[in-house]
Design a protein around this ligand. Structure first.
Ligand code: FAD
Length: 301
């Protein structure tokens, strides 16, 4: 049974497991009376606003070693789920190979929050501003389910999340990005590559998002899009890849692209979520405009 928010002074017991199995056993023994916690920045906001009750027990994942840091293998770049956003943002490898993610991290909260907040917490929230950027790197989420750690495409997890009411009870241990070459203006092979991340909020900086878009694209010497990924999110919307907008670009030569049809493809496909600050229609239009303006700025001038 959770404690009501009137009991803010009744601090929950904080448990510090030594390893993943230990954490998992605690969660399964304590059930709904407990929550995993990483940086605690999102949970604290929910408790303070009364959006969620404070549980009786917090299982602090920061006590488990080996869940932080960024490394590269032949197949992917691995980011430990407990890595603070500030560490990810300052990581030289991520800056080089994942500029859209770097920009997304820059736009989240303020430095003091980013020092505590983890990338795993941002992902598990299901609506974090890092998610659209992660989607354009075909990110996989590695979950510990009590016995094994297994990878699952972030896109699949997000798709199922829309229809899931129970909170995630697995532990996110790692986020994997497909290994990509550093993004350049124009390679010797005649390929033009580009990546971008844009966030629109209610004010210029330190703001929750209304709309976020992330894009990556490559155009060959004949003006064909050979590689295109577009994702959108923002507010409480579940971030998604925009497959129809991607297909439109894949089938089009740059010189024949009509920006109106790209705008409409994004507008029709993006499932925005309205709230007290902006309608779904406004968010869909903004997503369309952001995608069009980024593609136009990158390739059409
Ligand atoms: C002032 C302020 C501004 C903010 N601005 C933004 C913003 O601009 N954009 C944005 O996206 N967010 C923002 N946030 C929200 C939050 O800071 C981030 O989403 C952050 O990355 C959450 O990470 P955390 O480690 O603090 O998560 P926590 O609060 O510890 O946890 C969040 C959720 O994830 C679960 N969880 C955490 N880690 C794991 C794990 N490894 N495995 C399984 N479950 C886990 C928890 O049980 C909880 O349900 C803001 C927060 C504050 C306080």
């Amino acid at each position: 049974m959770a404690i009501g928010n009137e009991g803010l002074l009744l601090a929950p017991a904080v448990l510090q497991p030594h390893d993943l199995r230990d954490a998992w056993r605690m969660k399964h023994k304590l059930g709904d009376e407990s929550l995993y916690i990483s940086g605690g920045t999102l949970l604290r906001t929910r408790w303070e606003t009364g959006a969620a009750p404070i549980p009786r027990y917090l299982i602090d994942l920061r006590s488990i070693k080996g869940l932080t840091g960024v490394s590269m293998t032949a197949n992917h770049i691995a980011i430990g789920a407990l890595s603070p956003l500030s560490d990810c943002r300052n990581n030289a490898l991520l800056q080089r190979v994942a500029p859209a993610l770097h920009e997304a991290l820059r736009s989240i909260a303020a430095p003091s929050v980013r020092n505590l907040a983890t990338i795993g917490g941002n992902v598990v929230s299901g609506a974090g501003d890092a998610l659209p950027a992660l989607l354009i790197y075909d990110a996989e989420l590695v979950w510990f389910d009590g016995r094994h750690a297994a990878a699952e495409p972030a896109e699949d997890w997000l798709r199922r999340l829309k229809y899931r009411s129970a909170p995630e009870d697995r532990i996110l241990t790692e986020i994997r990005l497909r290994a990509v070459d550093a993004v350049g203006q124009s390679g010797g092979d005649g390929l033009r590559k580009f990546e971008a991340y844009r966030k629109v909020g209610r004010r210029e900086a330190f703001t929750p998002s209304l709309v976020t878009v992330a894009l990556s694209a490559t155009v060959d010497r004949d003006g064909r899009f050979t590689d295109i990924r577009i994702a959108a999110g923002g507010g409480s919307a579940t971030p998604q890849r925009l497959a129809a907008a991607e297909a439109l670009l894949r089938e089009t030569i740059l010189s024949e692209l009509t920006y109106g049809s790209l705008y409409m493809a994004v507008y029709e496909e993006y499932e925005a979520c309205p709230d007290a600050f902006a309608s779904a229609d406004y968010r869909k239009k903004t997503a369309g405009n952001l995608v069009v303006s980024e593609i136009w700025s990158a390739f059409a001038q």
